[in-house]
Design a protein around this ligand. Structure first.
Ligand code: GDD
Length: 325
């Protein structure tokens, strides 16, 4: 039997790299879309998928161009498409709302439209986000909790979620959204979790410096990224497309994250962390906590890594990296 063919946008990111590994382990033919500059400079830009390059097919394309999305879909003829690419930094979305909205909303729309015309049987996954809940009206948040996004990023994800639902209802696409809460790993770079664990390793290695953080009272529901990509795959194996919250079901503050990360390396966070008001966001999402009972019931998915396990594994990975330098 011919292998199933999957197309991943954002394949060079944290989730894309774990998902590519998962699909390869299941015997899929894996295609990915990356920017042309990445194909020309794989060493720097494709670091997370360096070890997979001989086993996957990369296509140059841009979320900003319908023509390029259409061409990649036509050439690759995917049976499953995972749309993970986005401008995904919430704080950057305050600096440039226009590019965040353009890239994230149009990119999703272009891809859905290309699938509708070139591969209408393809199953589609949209990477929605708990940022859509924003100033949430209820805790924990579940699939029916009203959205109240607090950033251009959150707004762009609500639009992508609605586009996905509309293509499911109006054009009969098998299109699902995963409302993923924060999920991290040693392969993440940009978010507060890795910023903290990298600083812990730097300080533990004697290279000093203070760690500057913004709002340490914000609370997040943090899980382990490789487990979350399994939920994405499970969604596309369902006979009927639907939307699911994927979360750990625990909430912790940024301060608790820092405290645990520093103490795991034998350090006291209070001696190394400084608050920098510049890092506060104009509108903050104060509390996220996900209710993943629908994913557990329907997909049979549940998280396997505790908050403590996640933080410790990220610190250990950064300590090992620092030692190898
Ligand atoms: N990035 C960052 N840097 N965040 C900080 C800092 C800092 O120095 N100091 C405090 N924070 C706070 C932020 O204000 C926020 O409340 C919290 O730490 C988490 O910020 P991030 O790690 O940047 O993640 P995020 O929650 O904004 O967004 C992540 O999760 C979403 C899912 O809920 C990203 O992965 C998004 O792409 C994803 O959709």
């Amino acid at each position: 039997m011919a292998p199933r063919r999957a197309l991943i946008t954002g394949i060079s990111g944290q989730d894309g790299s774990y998902l590519a590994e998962l699909l390869l382990s299941k015997g899929y033919e894996v295609h990915g879309i990356v920017r042309r500059v990445a194909i020309e400079d794989p060493e720097h830009r494709l670091g997370r998928i360096q070890h997979l390059l001989e086993r996957i097919v990369l296509h140059a394309g841009s979320l900003e161009s319908y023509a390029s999305m259409h061409a990649v879909v036509r050439q690759s003829q995917p049976q499953e498409c995972y749309h993970l690419a986005a401008q995904s930094f919430v704080s950057y979305s305050f600096e440039d709302e226009f590019s965040t909205l353009n890239t994230n909303i149009n990119g999703t729309h272009y891809l859905l439209s290309a699938l509708k015309s070139e591969a209408p049987e393809c199953r589609f996954y949209f990477a929605a986000s708990s940022e859509m809940f924003g100033r949430a009206e209820e805790t924990p948040q579940h699939e029916r909790t009203r959205f109240h996004p607090r950033s251009a990023y959150g707004i762009s994800k609500v639009a992508g979620y609605e586009l996905t639902r509309n293509y499911r209802e109006a054009h009969r696409l098998h299109a699902s959204s995963g409302i993923l809460f924060n999920h991290e790993s040693p392969r993440g770079f940009e978010f507060v979790s890795r910023k903290i664990t990298a600083a812990v390793a730097r300080i533990a290695a004697g290279r000093g410096g203070k760690l500057k953080l913004g709002n340490m009272e914000a609370r997040r529901d943090w899980g382990y990224a490789p487990e979350y990509v399994e939920a994405m795959w499970m969604m596309l194996q369902q006979p009927v497309a639907d939307d699911y919250v994927v979360a750990s079901g625990e909430t912790h503050s940024v301060c608790e994250f820092a405290e645990l990360a520093f103490s795991h390396a034998g350090l006291d966070w209070r001696e190394h962390v400084e608050i920098d008001p510049v890092l506060y966001r104009p509108a903050e999402v104060e509390l996220l906590l996900g209710d993943f009972s629908k994913a557990r019931r329907t997909l049979g998915w549940k998280p396997g890594t505790s908050f403590e396990g996640l933080v410790r594994s990220m610190v250990d990975a950064d300590l090992a990296l620092a030692r190898a330098r």
